[in-house]
Design a protein around this ligand. Structure first.
Ligand SMILES: Cc1cc2nc3c(=O)[nH]c(=O)nc-3n(C[C@H](O)[C@H](O)[C@H](O)COP(=O)(O)OP(=O)(O)OC[C@H]3O[C@@H](n4cnc5c(N)ncnc54)[C@H](O)[C@@H]3O)c2cc1C
Length: 325
């Protein structure tokens, strides 16, 4: 019994979240003591596969069929159902993308299962998987333990795992040609939903400077904006800042905003409420600037500066400017 991770691609490129799912699947396979197989569906996958095959996995399934050239829910469901019956995994993991949301619940239903969706963490207990997902807009975190024999299906939240934790390796590629008929595919392919259509994709940012209510006033936002500029960072915010319209909603980090995992996350005047923390706890290095030494943000910070942001931030900007000149 193995874990099967399904990778996604578009326009000849792997979807960024495919690597996060691959990394999560590696981690969980190691914790459960099981093998990892990986699959992608499409037509003409050959050019894409070497990159996936250079990671640690037992096998890469290339699910090839001319009718899979353009994504359709019917085509992907039929093809992956056939693959899953052949590969017989215990768990099937997907990136929680718009495409997965479109077809994975239907695929799970083919096996009499539900999709455990938008999972934020996973672990193994006695070699059995336990998934963590949020309920009531992040007010509760629930442990979900799939019951009964596999396959079980779960999709993984963007930014909840780090793609740079992927272990390199050398996987065998095996082609799998499902039997597909034109009549099985009722949808007419349309241009894919553009996930990055929003003005800013914080999930892809390497450095984020995030501003919270400590800034006090909309007119003061440029103080933090300048730090973001000096660091080459994206500007983000806690919810009150976006609720007040001081920054657009698309810049909100947290349970009802984006989940991010940059290399560096600088939290300025943010207290560290749980709903904010769930959106940024995957960051590699967290720097917190807060005048309250007991603010919960310091519990997740690698570096903390206790002080007034209106003194600390301009001083940091000055130092950064000096260093770069
Ligand atoms: C269902 C639900 C969903 C939510 N979703 C989200 C979400 O997605 N994202 C999110 O962020 N929140 C979310 N929240 C809100 C969350 O609970 C907190 O209210 C919010 O994160 C607090 O934002 P904050 O840290 O900016 O403000 P505050 O909690 O008010 O913290 C401000 C901080 O600034 C510090 N400070 C003040 N002045 C200065 C200064 N001059 N210098 C330095 N530090 C200073 C203070 O010490 C304080 O720690 C949600 C809440 C609910 C109920």
């Amino acid at each position: 019994m193995s874990i099967l991770a399904i990778l996604e691609h578009q326009n000849g490129k792997w979807h960024r979240m495919s690597w996060e799912t691959f990394a999560a699947a590696q981690e969980l396979a190691a914790a459960m003591g099981t093998q990892l197989e990986v699959a992608a569906a499409g037509s003409g996958l050959a050019t894409l596969l070497p990159e996936a095959a250079s990671k640690q996995a037992t096998k890469i399934w290339a699910v090839e069929h001319a009718l899979l050239k353009d994504y359709t829910a019917d085509g992907y469901t039929a093809a992956l159902e056939a693959l899953i019956r052949r590969a017989d995994p215990r768990l099937v993991l997907f990136p929680h993308t718009y495409q997965t949301r479109d077809f994975a619940p239907k695929l799970a239903t083919r096996f009499g299962r539900v999709l455990i969706s938008d999972v934020t963490a996973a672990r193994a207990e006695a070699a059995e998987p336990v998934f963590v997902r949020q309920l009531f807009q992040g007010k509760l975190s629930a442990d979900v333990r799939p019951q009964g024999p596999g396959p079980h299906f779960a999709s993984l939240q963007a930014g909840a795992w780090r793609a740079d934790n992927l272990q390199p390796g050398s996987a065998v590629v095996e082609e799998f040609q499902p039997t597909l008929e034109t009549a099985q595919i009722r949808q007419k392919p349309e241009p894919p939903f553009r996930e990055a259509a929003r003005g800013v994709d914080l999930t892809a940012a390497n450095i984020i400077v995030s501003v919270g209510r400590g800034i006090g006033d909309k007119d003061k936002i440029p103080v933090v904006e300048e730090l973001a500029r000096a660091m080459g960072a994206e500007l983000a915010a806690s919810r009150p800042i976006c609720d007040a319209g001081w920054l657009p909603m698309e810049r909100q980090v947290g349970s009802s905003g984006q989940t991010v995992s940059p290399k560096v996350y600088v939290a300025v005047g943010i207290s560290g409420a749980i709903q904010h923390l769930v959106g940024m706890k995957g960051s590699k290095t967290v720097v917190a600037i807060n005048k309250d030494k007991d603010a919960p943000i310091f519990e997740v910070a690698d570096y903390g500066i206790v002080g007034d942001l209106f003194e600390v931030v301009p001083a940091l900007v000055d130092e950064l400017k000096k260093a770069s000149s």
